[in-house]
Design a protein around this ligand. Sequence first.
Ligand code: ADP
Ligand code: ADP
Ligand code: ZN
Length: 215
Amino acid sequence: MKLILLGPPGAGKGTQAKMLMDRFGIPQISTGDILRAAVKEGTPMGVKAKSHMDAGGLVPDEVVVGIVRERLQKSDCVKGFILDGFPRTLPQADALNESLVELGKDLDAVVSLEVDVEALVERLTGRRTCRDCGRGYHIKFDPPAVEGKCDVCAGVLFQRDDDQEETIRRRLDVYNDQTSPLVAYYRDADVLVVIDGMQEMKVVQDQILKSLQAD
Ligand code: ADP
Ligand code: ADP
Ligand code: ZN
């Protein structure tokens, strides 16, 4: 299964990707996670990416395209992969097509999650993430059993620096300007599946699975 999860920040891409990863036994490739790890480690790429991420802008195409190109060549991608947060621009989508042709792979589907702006802001301001295993939570919609502590591994939950309202609004503008044209791009390529992301996580999950079986 080779999938892209498309949608604005807070649409539920990471949440759905983790469920699909367990279900299909294929890796989630989150450019956001890879970039945050590079920032934390202080690698040259992380140093380059940090200012863009802090400002809520996009990291330059050549950086993220390089990350994904390398990642797709790893052996765990043989059975498939879930791209979460990539591509985010038309040049990234074109570069991905080239990589897939080189690797002899075809996309099965691009799942677009649609969520209202105010719901996105509420989701992002309440988002928490486990420092150790990366599982996501929401203080209202998906709280952990013990406040501030991961149910799975007891790791400490943190709030991302860019999940502050001002940066969130900026990220949503960037999505509208630079990423939303990808919906039409993949519709034209006949691989787009649109899902109402306003529904409960479990319902969204069932609808994604159903749409993939129907393919
Ligand atoms: P969210 O899940 O809230 O949409 P991500 O974790 O996917 O956020 O991304 C966080 C930040 O990392 C983005 O705001 C951007 O700065 C950078 N980033 C992630 N993926 C890409 C990409 N494909 N192209 C450019 N920048 C990216
Ligand atoms: P993205 O990766 O698209 O930025 P996330 O998967 O991180 O989005 O979800 C953003 C926040 O919204 C998280 O706190 C998550 O727990 C919550 N969330 C995800 N899906 C739903 C949903 N269907 N209903 C309510 N909250 C959700
Ligand atoms: Zn954890």
